[in-house]
Design a protein around this ligand. Structure first.
Ligand SMILES: *Cc1c(COP(=O)(O)O)cnc(C)c1O
Length: 403
């Protein structure tokens, strides 16, 4: 894929295009004001006010106080930091509750904790991707240090009832963390309403660059740093602040707040148009995940009898970017852990594709995809039936050049 050819980007849950305003917001801190904010002279020290301005904007997106937000390197670090903090501040409690459908940031951290003789409960999900709240409640024990449940799933878009879960944790006196990486910019977030202890964000999922995240830590919730070093972030996260990335995140947070309505109306309508066209026009297709309790931008579909890898290759030929499972597990032949946890057969899980839309998607792009897909799928199925797997697709490539 070269940068000149038009791409049709339907993989916004993997990462998003950096908004032009965000690029502009970063540039002064790359070109002119490149000092170290911890320095005593003004050229460095003056940067702290820009960091604080950005912190205020990120805090505003989730209705937090600025002092409750720390900048991290990514969503993964934010998730790891929250669970780590709970275990370090409550050394007698060695049990963690999370779900089987979390991002690998949690799933792999759970493996890591088990090796250190912590106990982790991975809650199962129903076939529509939903959680059994009673089971969650029952899984909390006297030695549970923290419950960590994602707000919305990156693969299916399925939304968990975070408010209810937060209330259960509060009533049991257990810390609660939610991974809200996929929610920011798509649904309203109000940490005061929710009353969570920790909440993770990642800037590159909302049109800022990769490599910058944030963790909300409720005032008075005890914290212990995961990255230990200088006294940055008031001693809660060591490492020289990436001022340009922080400024980018601040700008992106402001844009995300202003864009919420578009996401819930226009982007949702585009997603619905794409999904209903696929389900109607292509035989043997099924939606994965609850239809209603779902992010407005995400559609996960199983194409019967096919391998996701083959579909993605054919889509790539016509400039369409989509994904199978999460980006972190593609390349491996394992079916998605999320779809497997929902009880999909291996075959169905392997034939699943996630389309995730965003603010830069247009009607014309969706129409392009809606037009191409039935033919692509029919050809792949015919090829599979003939046993000739990787058939050339010259006709479709020619057509894509017109759009
Ligand atoms: C992308 C993602 C993460 C990881 O964020 P990074 O900044 O890429 O580390 C965590 N959780 C969810 C739900 C995600 O979609």
């Amino acid at each position: 894929m070269t940068s000149e050819s038009k791409i049709f980007y339907f993989d916004n849950n993997a990462t998003t295009r950096v908004a032009p305003e965000v690029v502009e917001a970063m540039l002064p801190f790359l070109k002119e004001f490149w000092g170290n904010p911890s320095s005593s002279y003004r050229f460095g020290h003056q940067l702290t006010k820009h960091i604080e301005a950005a912190r205020g904007k990120v805090a505003a997106l989730i209705n937090a106080e600025p002092r409750e937000v720390i900048f991290t390197s990514c969503g993964t670090e934010s998730n790891n930091s929250a669970i780590h903090a709970a275990l370090v501040t409550h050394p007698a409690k060695r049990h963690v509750v999370t779900t089987a459908v979390e991002h690998s940031a949690n799933i792999k951290f759970a493996d890591h904790l088990r090796k250190q003789h912590y106990e982790v409960t991975l809650l199962p999900v129903e076939s529509d991707g939903s959680l059994d709240i009673h089971l969650l409640e029952k899984s909390i024990r006297p030695d549970t240090a923290i419950v960590s449940v994602m707000w919305a799933n990156n693969e299916t878009g399925v939304i968990f009832p975070i408010e209810e879960i937060a209330a259960i944790c509060r009533s049991k006196g257990v810390l609660f963390h939610t991974d809200a990486v996929q929610v920011a910019g798509k649904l309203k977030i109000d940490v005061k309403d929710l009353d969570v202890d920790f909440l993770s964000l990642s800037a590159h999922k909302l049109h800022a660059p990769k490599g910058i995240g944030a963790l909300y830590i409720k005032h008075h919730t005890r914290f212990s740093p995961y990255v230990i070093g200088g006294g940055q972030e008031r001693g809660r996260r060591g490492g020289t602040e990436s001022v340009a990335d922080i400024a980018a995140f601040g700008c992106a947070a402001e844009l995300a707040a202003a864009n919420l309505k578009d996401e819930q109306t226009r982007v949702r309508a585009l997603r619905d148009r794409l999904e209903s066209a696929i389900l109607k026009n292509i035989p043997d297709t099924v939606r994965n995940g609850d239809r209603d309790a779902r992010l407005p931008n995400t559609s996960n579909i199983s194409f019967g009898g096919l391998e996701a890898g083959d579909i993605l290759k054919a889509l790539d030929h016509v400039g369409v970017c989509a994904s199978s499972g999460s980006a972190c597990t593609t390349g491996s032949l394992e079916p998605s852990h999320v779809l497997t946890a929902m009880g999909l057969s291996t075959a169905r899980a392997r034939g699943s594709i996630r389309f995730s839309l965003g603010k830069f998607n247009t009607d014309a792009e969706v129409e392009h995809l809606v037009k191409q897909l039935p033919e692509i799928i029919a050809e792949l199925r015919a090829a599979a039936a003939n046993g000739a797997k990787h058939s050339p697709r010259a006709g479709v490539e020619k057509e894509s050049a017109k759009v």
